[in-house]
Ligand binder design. Structure first.
Ligand code: ARG
Length: 451
């Protein structure tokens, strides 16, 4: 196709350096198409057989590394077709009956993405398992919960980790939802208008494992919304992963020291021997940029394209492949890293600044004794100011000092502890050990579900 063009143009137009990755899908699609042409009598059954055998042997050649990919043959479709001519002669010319590269590439991309979306979901589940495992191993560990990165209320570490489980669960559900729209066969749409041959698109769809056949030929060859949807879901997952990465970086810092990252996932410094840098988490955080970028790039490529196929759309591939690969490697490495994290339970407790984190519980205490919450809040604000000025924890204050702020305080105020605080928050989805136990059970059930 490109033989008569200057080298510069050949190189510019060629997609073979990257779309060769679609060889399996392309051959699978061609085999299904050839079989259907034979079954419908559009080509003879024996020609169909010759073509199918030829295609299978090409697949073997590619897999054995014996196939010569040629840039002057532009893309994966023409590379395979040209080799088919070499192998089976002119019969090869019958394969492209009732088909165009436009419905062919749309079909390749959909087959590829169906498989990859299922893989993404599986990998997300592995990461969820690691989080649940770490949570289960550290059920009693209390950490300061933060808002504005200021200590707010005590929570269970397991509760914090399970928050990420939920984010990844929604990510899985989003990917699963995309899958239903990706799972549509564009074959039969031809270049744009459909085909004049008496094809059977359902037969092809069935053989390829598609649940549906496209209902508009122009739409089928010209939209890449299914690619964009995957990239959008990936962007959300990358965002969630990046927040987790950020917390791992923080928690592994000398200031926090809540966790220790296994040496396998950290790196030393070339000049500072004491360092254990959380490079894996940092890099995952950094790669969020390219996942977002790929989404915006594909959206931008597609905007304002007139129907139907335009060559601009060739730009979808590298972006999608990069997103698939980036997400996979980040999720995989995280699933393993989380599994090896060591939690320092003493340290998470010591990190709680005095017991000021119990201020809400003290206010709740006064509310239980009859004070309106707003007033209770005011009393505890003053009490906290007093304790902080004296550099004393609430527990170290005498009952007399307490009573100086409100006569409602009694001996039982000393029963308020980190544990009682956590246990008292026992509403659905809250941080009490009872709720977290329920959440762990639910999480394990969700992980066990297939896809
Ligand atoms: N390499 C092309 C792409 O990825 C395949 C479809 C080419 N179709 C065409 N009419 N030039 O979009």
């Amino acid at each position: 196709m490109l033989q008569d063009k200057p080298d510069l143009v050949k190189k510019y137009l060629a997609s073979i350096p990257f779309d060769r990755r679609l060889y399996r899908e392309d051959i699978r699609g061609s085999i299904a198409h050839a079989r259907m042409l034979g079954a419908r009598g559009i080509i003879t059954e024996s020609d169909a057989d010759i073509i199918i055998k030829g295609l299978k042997s090409i697949q073997e050649e590619i897999e054995q590394g014996d196939f010569q990919f040629r840039a002057d043959l532009e893309d994966i479709h023409l590379n395979i077709e040209s080799r088919l001519f070499e192998k089976v002669g002119d019969v090869a010319g019958r394969l492209h009956t009732a088909r165009s590269r436009n419905d062919q590439i749309a079909s390749d991309m959909r087959l590829f993405l169906k498989k990859e979306t299922e893989e993404t979901i599986k990998t997300l589940k592995k990461l969820q398992s690691s989080l649940v495992e770490l949570a289960s191993q550290n059920k009693d560990v209390i950490i300061p919960g933060y808002t504005h990165l200021q200590q707010a209320q005590p929570i269970l570490l397991a509760h914090h980790l399970l928050a990420y489980f939920e984010m990844f669960q929604r990510d899985i559900e989003r990917f699963r939802s995309c899958l239903t729209r990706t799972d549509v066969s564009p074959l039969g749409s031809g270049a744009l208008a459909g085909t004049a041959y008496a094809i059977d698109p359902n037969l092809v769809a069935q053989e390829l494992g598609f649940s549906k056949v496209a209902t508009n030929s122009l739409d089928a060859v010209s939209d890449r919304d299914f690619v964009i949807e995957y990239e959008a879901c990936a962007a959300l997952t990358a965002m969630h992963l990046s927040r987790l990465a950020e917390e791992i970086v923080l928690w592994a810092s000398d200031e926090f020291r809540f966790i220790r990252i296994d040496e396998a996932f950290a790196s030393g410094s070339s000049i500072m021997p004491q360092k254990r840098n959380p490079d894996v988490a940092e890099l995952a955080r950094g790669k969020t940029g390219r996942v977002y970028g790929n989404l915006v790039a594909t959206l931008t490529t597609m905007k304002a394209l007139p129907l139907a196929y335009n060559r601009d759309m060739q730009e979808d591939k590298e972006r999608l492949f990069d997103t698939v690969d980036t997400l996979r490697s980040s999720l995989q490495v995280f699933a393993q890293m989380i599994r090896t994290v060591k939690v320092d339970a003493e340290r998470t407790r010591d990190a709680i600044r005095k017991d000021y984190i119990l201020a809400t519980d003290l206010a709740d205490y006064l509310v239980k004794k009859g004070l309106p919450f707003r007033e209770a809040h005011g009393v505890i604000a003053k009490l906290a100011g007093y304790a902080i000025a004296k550099e004393q924890s609430f527990h170290d204050l005498s009952l007399n000092e307490y009573r100086g702020f409100s006569p409602l305080f009694a001996e039982d105020v000393y029963a308020i502890t980190l544990e009682s605080s956590v246990a008292s928050r026992n509403t659905t989805g809250a941080t009490s050990p009872e709720q977290v136990e329920l959440a762990l059970t639910r999480a394990n059930e969700l992980i066990a579900k297939i896809l």
